[in-house]
Write a protein that binds this ligand. Sequence first.
Ligand SMILES: C[S@@+](CC[C@H](N)C(=O)[O-])C[C@H]1O[C@@H](n2cnc3c(N)ncnc32)[C@H](O)[C@@H]1O
Length: 450
Amino acid sequence: MNFKKNQELEIEITDLSVDGMGIGKVNGFAFFVFGAAPGDIIKMQIVKLKKNYGYGIIKDIIKSSPLRTVPDCKHFGKCGGCNLRHISYSAQLDFKQNTVKNNLTRIGGLPKSLSVNKTIGMEHPYHYRNKGQYPVGTKNGKTVAGFYAPRSHNIIPIEECMLASETDAPILKIVTDFMDSHNIPAYNEYDQTGILRHILIKTAFKTKDIMVCLVINSDDFPHIDDLTPLLQRSGVTTVVLNINKKNTNVILGNTNKTVFGSGYITDYIKDIKFEISPLSFFQVNPIQTEKLYDTILSLADLKGNETVFDLYCGIGTISLFLAQKTKAVYGIEIVPQAIKDANNNAKNNNLTNTHFYTGAAETICPTLCDSAITPDVIVVDPPRKGCDPTLLTTILHAAPAKLIYTSCNPSTLSRDLKQLFPTYTPTQIQPVDMFPHTTHIETVVLLKRK
Ligand SMILES: C[S@@+](CC[C@H](N)C(=O)[O-])C[C@H]1O[C@@H](n2cnc3c(N)ncnc32)[C@H](O)[C@@H]1O
């Protein structure tokens, strides 16, 4: 069948893509449709055709899927933040569980009878983000801050966001109104003029500390001494200027100037205290982080005398969590600042049994093993691209009794596990929903040596 752009077709949606688009086929030719849910029968208009697939938009819903719900955010479809808000939360959790299973069977080669636990979801999947990064620009002569529209740098001004902390929107309004009343120009990325590029807000859910970090294309922010009292009145505990004069899409520069407060916020995961500065990595959903780390701790089932490796350890959050229950934890992380934070966090929590190393896990881990440090448990939490293959070889060589693989990408998780399956058996596969209303999936797998 020859399809044409703008042609209208009836199509049944049978699946969801990794980025949340409904997928349906007409005579074996696949179409991707934003906002469509599996089970929908829709009238679709073709908007783009490629050789083997096409994109469509919904013109009419002929039969509505039982998974469908009314999106509860007025920005859905315009801003690039959420892509599953048209699907009920329980169906989102099922989708994540099925995606993990499909990847592990298709890529990892595990049997179809494989059992994957139900996704651990949130009781109240709203306003869960403790960090918001909002680009700033000018629209119709007014300063705006919000989110980029999908695949563009067009800023959609945000008066409310169902994912962000509820205190973010009022703070954005204070800053943008202040800029308009003081004629402070927003940064213009096309000619690199103007001052304010991004507003970064970090919120500590337990202590209620709030940091506002203004990312500026300059050495100073005009009238900052008049702005900080306004921010302070709305609960802000520290204000930092981050200087970024480069013509780049990287949000933060390397230099910070604290103009009010301590320059960092303090928060807790369970009873472990963390100091979080503008550049430090911290999990963005603190409520689910506790559930994720509890899962790791319960799967590790530590008795108190184990040596644990925490590879890709970031600022040592998992390491510190596990260190409370065992003899020694060795953390490895490639970013030097994160290791400084990890050591600092260990000191602040009076934990003396952690040892942190800066460098690539695939380089440092073999050296540790060669120096006769034998891990009983290895935890890995790599970035989306998964583990380096040489690290997997080192792990097989070190042969810990237990391996806990935490992953934010089911496809690289499955690829890596395939290499480990001859020696390790997956005994628990637990998805945890760290990012409700988006297609991101976090999974923890416990592997036991055969
Ligand atoms: C998904 S984060 C995990 C952070 C930490 N486990 C946590 O829960 O906060 C992955 C971390 O791996 C680090 N990383 C990336 N490549 C690395 C490598 N080759 N060796 C060690 N760490 C690496 C990143 O800097 C990042 O901190």
